[in-house]
Write a protein that binds this ligand. Structure first.
Ligand code: SF4
Length: 512
């Protein structure tokens, strides 16, 4: 239908107009009305039952709404945290469009990455020519300081050898021989975006540090944030390290890339870890990873090839942040400043204020392994009781670590950890054993609509709410943000359940 350009109607109002409502009605009658409303209702109710849950959990050959992304998304995310770096994906264009839009929709920021646009001929003869041409065009057109190459499923299925292809491209004169082109094979039929992050991080660090190892350390500590999509977190990390006067390098810092100022000028590669700092990282005192399951290969590489100690520290909640700061203090000999002690007191005070609303509340959560461990640990500190914990891309090591945390708390006894399950499984869990709230990314909004269980948006991606990614979730200040999101979701729900005048509003309190 033509719109009046002087008065564009938002699609929410547009689709309520009679032309559309009639069109949808006809479409339903002619193409979608295969079953009666009563039959649709009957089946819908059945999908909420224990009988259906058992069938759903017996499912083996099908995934419905996976709670994970594919490897190249993580590889691109890792690459974009380095100065002037252009991710180059050897594979099909459609995949790369998905990776870019996924990140763009989360951050509401541009996300630059190129594809070698492999099609049928490349699938038959291999993608070498695509690589040779692609690297040349990328280098000349987008003028990066580094090109980081990863693959899609297609390139992996046909067996493209990235190392040999990049050498061939350099020999063919596509790019200068000394131009940095690290790479990582990222087949998406194994692992997930966290595996891709790890592969690319190892690929970049091993490439840049080649031949740079010295006898003396440079006194710095490296920090690897992992697949952490809260831009506030790297800034919070830098602030805490600044307060402690610790000399550091953040390995892959995409906070400025994904949160650049609007000053009227487009900058293709804002911010990022300087390449010379990343190259020098092999001479640091130690490396601290803020996530374990996004960095296993990278940490192993650092320990064996750089001969450097690594540690995993997750600065979430009171306990996690205490451990983080005390360990850094031990490692560096620097005291924890009073400013951070005061912040700790503020978080404890905020938790005390909200404790009564969260204590004893049952919750479910899905997400990546490290995020789950961090958020569950924090909620256990508040006395909330996990019931369903679903981690599509978690492994037995993760399960063991999380189980120990649950066993250690009086509030963790009822929790079941589900590995390798998807959001359709999660739906069955919520219907058969409901909880007071659940935690997840934007894909959970369909579960919220179906089950009416309040949802707290934490994780990646968050497409349907603005600015959450700008906040921090780490440190004592990040703890207050997490607390805010959880307790105010509970209070919103309380208001919704007590708002009928003269019926339920005896508890519709002004002061909570
Ligand atoms: S799973 Fe494979 S085919 Fe699908 S988007 Fe990821 S790389 Fe492409």
């Amino acid at each position: 239908m033509p719109q009046n350009p002087d008065k564009i109607v938002d699609h929410v109002d547009l689709f309520k107009q009679s032309e559309y409502t009639e069109l949808f009605k006809k479409k339903h009658e002619q193409f979608e009305g295969a079953h009666s409303d009563a039959e649709v209702e009957r089946v819908s109710e059945w999908t909420k039952s224990w009988d259906y849950r058992e069938k759903n959990f017996a499912r083996e050959a099908l995934t419905v709404n996976p709670a994970k992304g594919c490897q190249p998304v993580g590889a691109m995310f890792a690459a974009l945290g380095f100065e002037g770096t252009l991710p180059f994906v050897q594979g099909s264009q459609g995949c790369v469009a998905y990776f870019r839009t996924h990140l763009s929709r989360h951050y509401k920021e541009p996300c630059s990455a190129v594809s070698s646009s492999m099609t049928e001929d490349a699938a038959v003869f291999g993608g070498l020519n695509n690589m040779i041409e692609g690297l040349q065009v990328s280098y000349q057109l987008y003028k990066p300081k580094m090109i980081a190459v990863c693959t899609t499923c297609m390139a992996e299925v046909i067996g493209d050898d990235l190392g040999a292809f990049i050498t061939n491209a350099k020999n063919a004169g596509s790019i200068p021989k000394d131009f940095p082109v690290p790479f990582a094979h990222t087949p998406s039929f194994v692992g997930s975006h966290i595996t891709g992050y790890d592969n690319m991080m190892k690929g970049i660090l091993s490439y840049l540090s080649e031949g740079k190892k010295k006898d003396q350390t440079n006194g710095k500590i490296n920090f690897i944030p992992g697949f952490d999509t809260y831009v506030g977190n790297n800034r919070e990390l830098k602030r805490m390290l600044g307060l402690m006067d610790i000399d550091y390098t953040i390995l892959s810092d995409s906070s400025d890339y994904f949160d650049s100022p609007n000053n009227g000028e487009y900058e293709m590669y804002p911010g990022g870890t300087k390449l010379e700092d990343a190259a020098e990282a092999c001479n640091a005192e130690a490396t601290v990873a803020l996530q374990a399951y996004t960095t296993p290969k990278t940490r192993e590489y650092i320990e064996t090839k750089w001969n450097q100690k690594t540690k995993v520290l997750r600065p979430f909640g009171v306990k996690g942040t205490d451990e983080f700061l005390m360990t850094l203090s031990e490692m560096t000999g620097k005291p924890i400043p009073q400013e951070l002690e005061i912040e700790r007191g503020r978080l404890v005070d905020a938790m005390t204020d909200s404790y009564a609303w969260i204590h004893g509340k049952k919750f479910a959560i899905y997400g990546e392994p490290d995020l789950i461990i961090s958020v569950v640990s924090f909620l256990l500190e508040l006395g909330a009781e996990p019931v369903h914990i679903l981690c599509h891309n978690g492994d037995e090591v993760f399960k063991k670590e999380l189980q120990a945390i649950l066993d250690d708390s009086p509030f963790g006894k009822q929790a079941t950890i589900w590995l390798g399950k998807d959001l359709w499984h999660f739906r069955s869990l919520l219907f058969t054993e409901p909880v007071d709230f659940f935690v997840g990314n934007s894909y959970g909004k369909y579960l919220w609509r179906d089950t009416k269980i309040p949802m707290v948006r934490i994780g990646y991606p968050i497409f349907d709410r603005h600015h959450l990614h700008r906040y921090s979730t780490i440190g004592y200040q990040g703890g207050i943000n997490l607390l805010n999101w959880v307790v105010n979701t509970i209070l919103d729900e309380m208001d919704r359940n007590t708002n009928i005048t003269g019926v339920t509003d005896i508890s519709f309190d002004l002061i909570r």
